[in-house]
Design a protein around this ligand. Structure first.
Ligand code: GRG
Length: 295
C-alpha cells in the first residue's frame, strides 16, 4: 500500500469508529446531537487519528485502543473548527466543502455543539476500558494541549496578532500552540494506547514530541501557503481568509518560497527524530506527504 492508500484506510477506520462512538440522541433536544454529528461525520483528512494509529502500531499496540483515543482527540479538533468558523472568530461559511455548523444550526447551537464535543471527548476516555494509568495520562495530555497552555493559548496569540503583527518568534510560538499541540497530543496518544497492552521504549516519548514539533509547525506553514495559492475546490473553503482577517502568517513575514523552505527543514528534523526506530517508515512517509499536501 502506498501512503495515500494507508491514509485513506486509516481515515475510514477513524470515520467508522467516530460514528459509533458519538452519543445516541435524546429526542427532546435532538438538534444538538444532529449538530455534533454534522461536523464530526463531515470527513476531514483524519491526520491526527492517523498519527495515533501509526505511533501505536509502531510500538506493537492495538488499533482498538488507538482508535478510542484518536476519536477523543478528533472530537476536540472538530469542536475547535466549529468555534473557529463562528462569526465572532473567523466568520467562515464553508468547511470541508459544506456550510459551516453555525450556517446550518445557528450560532447558539453551533457554540453548544463545540462545547458538547469538547466535554464528550473526556467522557469517552474516562468511561473507556483503557487502564486507569493510560486514562489519566491521556486526560492530562489532552487537557493540557487543547487548553490554555496549548491550542487555546495559540488561538489567543493568533487573535492578538490581528491587531499587532507577531514577530517571527511569536508566529512560530503561536503555531506550535494553535496547531502543533493537538498534533503532539495525537502522537503521544499513539504511545499511550500502546502502553495499554505492551511496553514502550522510554526514549520514544521525547522523540515523538520532536517529530510532532516538526510536522506540527510545518503543517501550519503549508496551511498558510494553501490559503494564498491553494485550490478552493480541493480545500473545500475559500482561500485568502487569513489576509482578509489581517492575520500574521508565515506568508506575511516570508515569501511563499521561503515559507516552503522552512517547512521542508522542519519536516526533515521531524523525520530524523524517529528514523532510528523500527517500523518508523510510515510516519516518515506521512511527514513527506503532509509537506506536499494540496488540501
Ligand atoms: C471558543 C469561540 C471560541 C473559539 C475557539 C479553539 C479555537 C477557537 C480555535 C482553534 C484553532 C484552530 C482552528 C487551529 C487550526 C488548526 C488547523 C490547521 C486546522 C485544520 O486542520 P486539518 O487540515 O482539517 O487537519 P481537517 O478538515 O482535514 O480535519
Amino acid at each position: 500500500m502506498n501512503i495515500k492508500e494507508v491514509i485513506k484506510e486509516n481515515a475510514t477506520l477513524a470515520d467508522n469508529y467516530i460514528s459509533k462512538a458519538l452519543p445516541a440522541a435524546d429526542e427532546d433536544f435532538k438538534i444538538i446531537f444532529d449538530a455534533v454529528r454534522y461536523s464530526a461525520e463531515s470527513g476531514g483528512k483524519r491526520i491526527r487519528p492517523m498519527l495515533t494509529l501509526e505511533f501505536c502500531r509502531m510500538c506493537g499496540g492495538a488499533d482498538e485502543d488507538a482508535l478510542l483515543l484518536a476519536t477523543a482527540l478528533e472530537l476536540i479538533h472538530t469542536y475547535s473548527l466549529i468555534h473557529d468558523d463562528l462569526p465572532c472568530m473567523d466568520n467562515d461559511d464553508l468547511r470541508r466543502g459544506k456550510p459551516t455548523n453555525h450556517k446550518v444550526f445557528g450560532e447558539d447551537v453551533a457554540t453548544l455543539a463545540g462545547d458538547a464535543l469538547l466535554t464528550y471527548a473526556f467522557e469517552l476516555i474516562a468511561s473507556s476500558n483503557l487502564s486507569d494509568s493510560v486514562k489519566i495520562k491521556a486526560i492530562k495530555a489532552l487537557s493540557y494541549n487543547a487548553g490554555i497552555h496549548g491550542m487555546i493559548g495559540g488561538q489567543v496569540m493568533d487573535m492578538l496578532g490581528e491587531k499587532t503583527p507577531l514577530t517571527p518568534d511569536g508566529l512560530y510560538k503561536m503555531n506550535r500552540l494553535k496547531t502543533g499541540c493537538l498534533i503532539k497530543c495525537a502522537c503521544l496518544f499513539g504511545l499511550y494506547a500502546a502502553e495499554n497492552t505492551t511496553s514502550v521504549k522510554e526514549s520514544l516519548y521525547a522523540d515523538a514530541e520532536k517529530y510532532a514539533d516538526g510536522i506540527g509547525v510545518s503543517f501550519q506553514i503549508t496551511d498558510d501557503i494553501l490559503d494564498v495559492c491553494g485550490d478552493e475546490k480541493l480545500l473545500g473553503k475559500p482561500i485568502g481568509s487569513d489576509s482578509e482577517n489581517g492575520k500574521t502568517t508565515f506568508t506575511t513575514i516570508h515569501t511563499v518560497d521561503e515559507a516552503r523552505e522552512i517547512a521542508k527543514k522542519l519536516t526533515s528534523d521531524a523525520k530524523s527524530a524517529i528514523s532510528g526506530y523500527d517500523k518508523s517508515e510510515r510516519l516518515i512517509e506521512l511527514a513527506d506527504f503532509l509537506l506536499s499536501r494540496q488540501s
